[in-house]
Design a protein around this ligand. Structure first.
Ligand code: SF4
Length: 312
């Protein structure tokens, strides 16, 4: 099913320009604890400030998940599929790339190996599920008719107040006329009705960065959900991206305020089901560890950004 999402205002991001809100517009890099933000970490804070703290301030480890590892594997195959000649980009060829791509990932991160299950039925089923996701990709797009301009593109730009926005774009297509299409693969299912705009935040974030970097508003943002075989599309405009900028800056200031006040509140929701920190979360009767006396930078490295963005 193809679902076209109508343009919507970004919640909490409408209103007067930043200067009128008294927010800083100091040129150059700020010396605060957070000088950069990725869409994943911004989404963490919007979901639950305490989750943001656990991940970004405390940097608590989270158990690796087989589904996230499979997501990284499928992203890897879809990246390298376009190294092949167009006629070779077939479902069978993509499935055949799974073992070699997995071996390459395990060579870099040996601890991934056990996530694919024990050799035998477990592992076969794990790879079969990855092959199913790739098969679904071919139902949504014909990669023999595409030649991406960029794959796994690291993008970073600095806003007026000094905040750096960064992330990895799965794929960037450029039409002969110069139109940009930003594509992101998701190995999960498409969001339910009413949650599309939230899912599209990441893509608006990338569109904002690309607009700043290239001076062109991307024509189309496309989320490809391999879990359910659906595509969400959205056509942003300048007003949209300005609203996204205001929203991102507002998140940044809220994070800095939480950091200064050492106040990271839990915000329970159904997303708690996927949180690894129940045992230390007050919403589940737990007690968070003491905050470090001194918290320096809470920035992610580009490698951390890549790891999070590629596992979805
Ligand atoms: S369990 Fe829920 S409320 Fe607690 S930290 Fe995780 S996401 Fe936040």
């Amino acid at each position: 099913m193809v679902d076209v999402v109508a343009p919507q205002a970004v919640p909490g991001a409408s209103g007067p320009p930043l200067a009128e809100l008294g927010l800083p517009r100091v040129p150059g890099r700020r010396a605060g604890p957070l000088s950069g933000l990725s869409p994943s970490r911004a989404a963490d804070f919007m979901t639950c400030p305490l989750l943001f703290r656990f991940r970004t301030v405390d940097r608590l480890p989270e158990p690796p998940s087989a589904a996230a590892a499979r997501g990284t594997l499928v992203h890897g195959v879809l990246e390298h599929l376009f190294d092949l000649d167009a006629v070779e980009r077939t479902p069978d060829r993509a499935a055949a790339m799974l073992p070699e791509t997995w071996d390459g990932l395990v060579a870099v991160e040996p601890e991934l190996a056990e996530l694919a299950g024990e050799p035998g039925e477990d592992r076969d089923a794990w790879f079969a599920a990855a092959a199913d996701l790739l098969d679904r990709y071919f139902l949504l797009e014909d990669p023999s008719r595409l030649q991406p301009a960029e794959r796994e593109l690291y993008v970073e730009t600095e806003l007026d107040g000094g905040l750096r926005l960064r992330g990895y774009v799965d794929r960037l297509d450029i039409a002969p006329g110069g139109d940009l299409r930003v594509v992101d693969y998701k190995t999960g299912r498409a969001p339910g009705v009413g949650y599309e705009a939230k899912a599209m935040f990441q893509m608006r974030f990338y569109a904002l960065v690309l607009w700043k970097l290239r001076g062109v508003v991307p024509r189309l943002l496309q989320l490809v959900y391999l879990g359910s075989g659906e595509v969400l599309r959205y056509e942003p405009d300048e007003a949209d991206l300005r609203a996204t900028e205001r929203k991102v800056v507002a998140i940044w200031h809220a994070i800095e305020r939480a950091h200064e006040q050492r106040d990271w509140r839990p915000s329970p929701s159904r997303l708690c089901d996927w949180c690894a920190h129940h045992a230390i979360c007050p919403a589940f009767g737990g007690t968070p560890p003491p905050l470090p006396v001194e918290v320096g930078s809470v920035d992610e490295t580009p490698a951390e950004v890549e790891q999070v963005e590629r596992s979805g």
